[in-house]
Every structure is written in structure tokens, then in C-alpha cells.
Design a protein around this ligand. Structure first.
Ligand code: PGA
Length: 247
């Protein structure tokens, strides 16, 4: 049985002072039987780690593929670990599309994070154009295999399927299509990594909100959600956590 994983990606939102209020709300709410993660901006990581109760995981939204050195503006795995941040989101479609991160770069980042002992949430997902052509399964499979090239074990890896056309648009992928793609992802992982893939968590992301969380989270191959917009309001995010807890 895979425990549900409710992850909030704040993107470039919330100052550290705004995050403090959110931390208070989250600390005051009780939940068990569910894992919870928040990914704030780099500058808020350290203070949020100190303010949030320890059972809530904190993740960075990105990481450098390089170990250290002359890479202006970049943040290394070692810097994250030093402030007690042990997880990172890699390959979000905004990184891929706006900041031109190719599968090769994403793969370098995954390898760097895993070799430094970080847990990774690897994001994948097709554009509307690819879905209209009916090529989404092939596309996501290629993205998955290229991003995981040379990765020998899935132990510290979670996959997030996030169709680009459903991110921040209010258009949720219907839960049947989302389940179908998450199942395809699991089958591909089983081909590559055998039964180890049975315990890998696969998340859905894209316009998840309190109103649709139960339906999405009840699907067999959807082990959690990666939430953008609805993770910014503590009441909404707590409602989504409760949806995961009660399944
Ligand atoms: P959204 O974003 O929930 O605002 O659609 C999801 C994501 O980008 O992770």
C-alpha cells in the first residue's frame, strides 16, 4: 500500500513573512496516514524548515546539475542539505518550457540530486498540441526514460504526471485519463526496474483543488497530488490533505 503524498508547489509566490502564517495554520492541523510536502522559493526554505513541524517535508523547486563552483545564480545539493532540505522538484514544465531545460539537463539534475542523497519529485507531462495529436503516451514515456537515464534505483524517486495544458488553467485532466497515464508510467517503470516500481509513488498535478481532490486521489495508480495554485491558501491545502488522509 502506497501512502498518499500531498505536495504543494508555491512557485514564485509567498515571501518568508507570508509563509510564516501558513506554517502556523499547517502546524495547528492534525493529520496522519498521509505524507505532506511544501516547496517554497529558495529564500524561504531555511526559515520555513525551522517553523514547520518536522513531519512536514520541505523541498526546493529546482537544483543545479553542478556540484559547486562558478555558476552564478545557482543552488547546489550540498547547500540544500546544509539547511536540512532533503528533497527537490526537478523538471517542472515551467523549468522545461520557460527556462529551456531539456531532458538531458533534467537527467543531469536527477543524477546530481540522487548521488547527493536527495529525494526527487520528477515532473513529466505533454502539451495540448501533443495530446491533440494522440501522441501523449509516447511523449511521456520518452520523457520518463530520458530523465531517468542511468538511474539504477527508484528508491528516492517520485514521479509527477502534470499535463501542461492542465497547469494553472483550471482545466483538470479528467481522473480517468490521469489514471490511465499514471498506469502507463507505472508499467514503463516496471519494465525498466521490475517490482521495485510497485512502491514508487506517482502523483497527478494540474488544477487540483479541494473540489476534485477526492476523485483524483481515489484512483489506483495516483498516489498523491502536486498542487500549485490551491496550495497557496492554507485552508484549501489542508482540505486537500484531508482528502488524501481519508482514502
Ligand atoms: P496548478 O499547478 O495546481 O496551479 O495547476 C500545478 C503545478 O504546476 O505543479
Amino acid at each position: 500500500m502506497r501512502r498518499k503524498y500531498i505536495c504543494g508547489n508555491w512557485k514564485m509566490n509567498k515571501t518568508s513573512s507570508e509563509a510564516r502564517k501558513f506554517a502556523k495554520d499547517l502546524n495547528n492541523s492534525e493529520f496522519k496516514n498521509v505524507d505532506v510536502l511544501i516547496a517554497p522559493s529558495f529564500v524561504t526554505l531555511e526559515s520555513l524548515r525551522k517553523e514547520l513541524k518536522s513531519e512536514i517535508e520541505i523541498a526546493a523547486q529546482n537544483i543545479s546539475q553542478y556540484e559547486n563552483g562558478a555558476y552564478t545564480g545557482e543552488v547546489s545539493a550540498e547547500m540544500l542539505k546544509d539547511i536540512d532540505v532533503n528533497s527537490v522538484i526537478i523538471g517542472h514544465s515551467e523549468r522545461r518550457e520557460i527556462f529551456k531545460e531539456s531532458n538531458e539537463i533534467v537527467n543531469e539534475k536527477v543524477k546530481r540530486a540522487i548521488s547527493e542523497g536527495l529525494k526527487v519529485i520528477l515532473c513529466l507531462g505533454e502539451s495540448e498540441e501533443i495530446r491533440e495529436k494522440g501522441k501523449e503516451v509516447e511523449f511521456v514515456r520518452d520523457e520518463l526514460l530520458a530523465s531517468l537515464k542511468d538511474i539504477k534505483t527508484l528508491e528516492n524517486i517520485t514521479i509527477a504526471y502534470e499535463p501542461i495544458w492542465a497547469i494553472g488553467t483550471g482545466k483538470t485532466c479528467n481522473s480517468i485519463d490521469a489514471e490511465e497515464m499514471c498506469k502507463e508510467i507505472r508499467n514503463t517503470l516496471i519494465e525498466e526496474y521490475t517490482e521495485e516500481a510497485d512502491s514508487t509513488r506517482i502523483l497527478y498535478g494540474g488544477s487540483v483543488k479541494p473540489e476534485n481532490a477526492v476523485e483524483i486521489l481515489s484512483k489506483e495508480n495516483i498516489d498523491g497530488v502536486l498542487v500549485g495554485g490551491a496550495s497557496l491558501k492554507s485552508e484549501d491545502f489542508i482540505e486537500i490533505i484531508k482528502a488524501g488522509e481519508n482514502l
